[in-house]
Write a protein that binds this ligand. Structure first.
Ligand code: BGC
Length: 887
């Protein structure tokens, strides 16, 4: 039976509050059968769940498209809910039933619809220097219980709303971090169930967050503004069709709340004795509260939330309680995590407790906080007394594995503490395991690097006084991240901020949102995020719109580079981070030895090539032609500048070889010589890498693409410094910033820059999925409409099992070697096809299930190649087995 499943709009399940004018619908097919393709589809949209009146129907459309079908003819209206359903026909012309009904709902689409005013607490109420946080309150009366109630809210700073005593929504750190001057997100909530007939009350907590709090390592604050404020509007719809609006305005009241200090880096100080309990309930007496002040702030930059919300994703119980040699009381969470601690205590009124969060113990087993630099990561709580009480912060997050406790007494009970893991609630899509437990731990660490650093913005690290949207780091890790989780909405949002913050001349700030200032921009391999990220999202999710929307930004970046040097085709000017943290750096430098002009020109070529492909996809033929020509010229210039006439790469570093190979800048003899050189350099360093941020992500890929998978495995499997598994053997639970963050003698890399949760080197995840398990895109069929499975067993691994949830469904690739027999299970989702390469296979000896490969259902074609058998597969689940050939 063929069915239509997993209906999504803009990647989301039944979203409320969209502002996308032409929403795109995606669905998946499910079938027990093999070789299933969609021949045609039909979509119906209605304003009612029972489809009594249709607003729009696509009619029967003959197309295989099942993701991102744009509803271009539907004129969407503000706040309207749209129900939709889909049915499809297969190639035998059999139709499915209508899918289950799904919906989406638009948010406030026009600025004029905002009746709400920006309200702020009078500054005289607060200890402004200490960054105390206010509470705001408003109430309203409803004649009857409304049929439908929605709340739209945003803030300057962070907000948390309560309605009639209970929290609104399950998002945290709202409204999220954007380029606040130009884009501020609005969240929409269905509050129908929370509204009462009669008196209702809304209470708001405001925090400083990214808008007003400390950001960056030089202790700056008030970067976007100096005053927190709330903008909120409730729309009520009654049975008779009448509407009522209740919004923030001058009749709201404000009070200083129990949050004495709240900072993303520093934590929170909370005096529970100052709680104003029940303030968000009807009937609460706020006569001693002050009137709010109206402030002027534009509403022009309001946009709907594009990203998935930050939520509480999981809970971790502490592993153990430690007493350090220095006498400190410390909780070990067993995992370097990002979020906060929830705790309960039974203490007398006025008792102060403290929690300091940190990543590692020092060599002697004592608390180590030096690598947090200026970030205090400290929670201070003053008890109200009178029985058990519990607490968790609101407007901060910490990166930590350990928590030092003060004031909890000699033997705090582990039961009283829970770690709350927070991050953007992205769907987990990638799963990878193999026969080597160290690699499995590495995989775990990569995943946790992503969890900890995808808190609304892709950050370099989540713990020290940085946590910024470094473009380079994002670019290096994006492909791996797209294996592990669905990162499309996450990057859709961030790239809009990148466009917003891009300079007029096309330069790209080092961090997005830009908090470093106008002068800190445009290093190669960092700014290239403007091109690499949209292209990667397009490739992984088939999302053409992101290319359309980002095209001016992508082009802006390339044109910026073009203006930089004397020579239009080389980039040999300006500041670059270079092969950041490369091990071939001079002492006292973070910049690896690879010539930055080589790096810059190589990335220039790569960005131009991707821009050319993008122009092609978007049908901009003239641009495609021009950029193709530009690309050839850059390649020529690269050759002229960096390759000797006899084909030797003149910059003899691992990273130089990697980039030249990865970006196709060496051909023929030069390619051979560069590959040989890379192998030689690796041999000279005892099969260890010297690469930094720029070279590392591609190192294993180029080796295996050049047919040297064994060399790639050698690197992967090293357990001594420098290697991925060195940190694993040192007990790491996330990816480190430095290969020797902790040295073999237990001492640390210098405290000025030593994060233990930095995802950049986690980019090796790409190699695990792409080459070890072999799940690879087919560039011509983005979003895995067609894809390749080309596993490369090696490194002594006896099995690997990987899966990837795509827009079409789940791809699986599992291989298992016993003696000289290889078994392989493969899943190809309906409406897709795969090109499978069976390693070391001899065609006549391959079985699928118990039939010879060539006779198996779903197999379209087979071909014996030199070292492998190539099979074209339709959808379905397959099991192959064969005796390994001698090749
Ligand atoms: C960050 C990096 C970033 C770099 C720029 C560091 O402080 O942590 O990950 O890319 O600066 O070189």
């Amino acid at each position: 039976m063929l069915t239509v499943q997993k209906l999504r709009v803009e990647y989301k399940e039944n979203p409320v509050g969209l502002d996308v004018r032409f929403p795109r619908i995606s669905w998946q097919l499910q079938s027990e059968k093999r070789d299933v393709l969609q021949q045609s589809y039909e979509i119906e949209v209605s304003a009612e769940a029972d489809f009594r009146r249709r607003l729009w129907s696509s009619g029967r459309v003959y197309s295989e498209q099942s993701s991102h079908v744009e509803l271009a003819e539907l004129m969407v209206r503000s706040r309207q809910r749209y129900y939709y359903r889909v049915r499809v026909w297969d190639m035998e012309d059999r139709s499915t039933e209508w899918s289950e009904t799904a919906f989406w709902e638009m948010g406030l689409l026009a600025q004029e619809e905002w009746q709400a005013e920006w309200i702020s607490a009078p500054l005289s109420l607060l200890d402004v220097e200490a960054e105390q946080c206010p509470l705001l309150r408003g109430s309203f009366h409803t004649a009857a219980k409304p049929l439908k109630a929605r709340m739209y809210a945003t803030a300057l700073g962070l907000y948390e709303l309560e309605l009639n005593g209970s929290r609104v929504g399950d998002g945290y750190l709202t409204p999220g971090w954007t380029s606040y001057g130009q884009r501020l997100q609005v969240q929409a909530y269905d509050i129908t169930a929370q509204i009462a007939a009669g008196e209702n009350a809304v209470g708001a907590w405001l925090g400083n967050g990214w808008y007003k709090g400390n950001l960056g390592w030089d202790n700056r604050r008030h970067i976007f503004g100096s005053r927190t404020a709330l903008l909120m509007q409730i729309h009520l719809t009654y049975e008779d069709g009448s509407e009522q609006i209740f919004a923030t305005g001058e009749n709201w009241t404000a009070a200083a709340g129990p949050i004495l200090m709240s900072e993303l880096y520093h934590g929170e100080s909370y005096d529970a004795r100052l709680e104003l309990s029940g303030f968000s309930r009807a009937g609460y007496d706020d006569s001693r509260w002050s009137r709010v002040e109206l402030i002027t702030h534009s509403k022009e930059m309001l946009v709907a939330q594009a990203n998935v919300p930050v939520r509480k994703i999981e809970q971790i119980k502490p592993l153990k309680l430690l007493k350090t040699p220095a006498g400190e009381t410390v909780l070990d969470m067993g995992q370097n995590m990002v979020g906060w601690m929830q705790f309960s205590l039974d203490a007398p009124r006025g008792r102060q407790v403290e929690l300091v969060h940190f990543e590692v113990l020092d060599r002697d087993g004592n608390v180590y906080t030096d690598n947090l630099r200026g970030a205090r990561q400290k929670i201070t709580y003053i008890a109200k007394g009178g029985g058990p009480e519990s607490y968790e912060p609101r407007f901060t997050f910490q990166g930590f594995r350990y928590v030092q406790l003060t004031g909890f007494g000699e033997e705090p009970s582990l039961q009283d503490f829970t770690g709350i893991v927070l991050h953007s609630d992205m769907e987990r899509t990638g799963f990878f395991a193999c026969s080597n437990p160290l690699i499995n731990q590495l995989q775990h660490n990569i995943l946790w690097g992503q969890k900890g650093n995808f808190v609304d913005v892709p950050t370099d690290c989540p713990q020290r006084d940085e946590r910024l949207g470094w473009t380079g780091d994002a670019q290096m890790f994006i492909r791996t991240s797209a294996y592990l989780m669905n990162v499309a909405p996450f990057f859709t949002k961030w790239l809009k901020d990148l466009s917003a913050d891009q300079l007029d001349n096309g330069g790209v700030p080092f961090v997005i949102p830009n908090v470093l200032g106008e002068n800190e921009h445009s290093s190669s391999a960092w700014g290239d995020a403007a091109v690499i990220c949209p292209w990667t999202i397009y490739q992984c999710y088939g999302d053409k719109r992101i290319l359309e929307e980002q095209y001016p930004s992508m082009q802006g970046w390339v044109e910026y580079i073009r203006q930089q040097g004397q020579d239009e085709y080389l980039w040999d000017t300006g500041f670059h981070f270079g092969d950041w943290l490369g091990l071939d750096a001079k002492p006292d430098s973070y910049k690896g030895a690879t010539d930055t002009a080589l790096i810059a020109t190589a990335f220039y070529a790569y960005s131009v090539q991707l821009l050319q492909k993008t122009a092609g996809v978007l049908g901009r033929t003239e641009d495609a032609r021009q950029y193709s020509e530009l690309h050839s010229r850059i390649k020529e210039a690269f050759k002229h500048e960096f390759i000797t006439p006899s084909g030797r790469l003149s910059v003899p570093t691992q990273t130089a070889c990697v980039l030249a190979l990865m970006f196709g800048l060496v051909e023929g003899t030069a390619k051979e010589r560069t590959t040989d050189k890379l192998l030689k350099l690796l041999e000279e360093s005892g099969h260890h890498l010297t690469t930094g941020f720029v070279g590392t992500p591609y190192l294993n890929l180029v080796l295996s693409e050049a047919g040297h998978t064994d060399a790639a495995y050698k690197l992967l499997l090293q357990t001594d410094y420098p290697s991925w598994l060195y940190q694993v053997t040192q007990g790491a639970t996330t990816i480190w910033e430095h290969w020797d963050g902790i040295k073999e003698d237990g001492s640390f890399w210098s405290k000025d820059m030593n994060s233990f949760n930095h995802y950049a080197y986690g980019a090796i995840g790409d190699f695990l999925y792409r080459h070890v398990a072999g799940i690879e895109l087919d560039e011509a069929y983005p979003g895995y409409k067609a894809f390749v499975i080309k596993p490369q067993p090696g490194g002594g691994l006896t099995w690997t099992a990987a899966a990837l949830e795509t827009m079409y469904g789940r791809i699986c690739s599992e291989w298992n070697i016993t003696a000289d027999q290889l078994e392989m299970s493969v899943s190809v989702p309906p409406n897709t096809s795969a090109t499978l390469y069976l390693p070391k296979a001899d065609l006549p000896r391959v079985l699928e299930g118990d039939v010879p490969l060539e006779h198996a259902a779903g197999v379209h074609s087979t071909e014996q190649l030199e070292h492998e058998v190539k099979v074209i597969l339709g959808s379905g689940d397959y099991k192959f087995s064969y005796k390994l050939g001698a090749q």
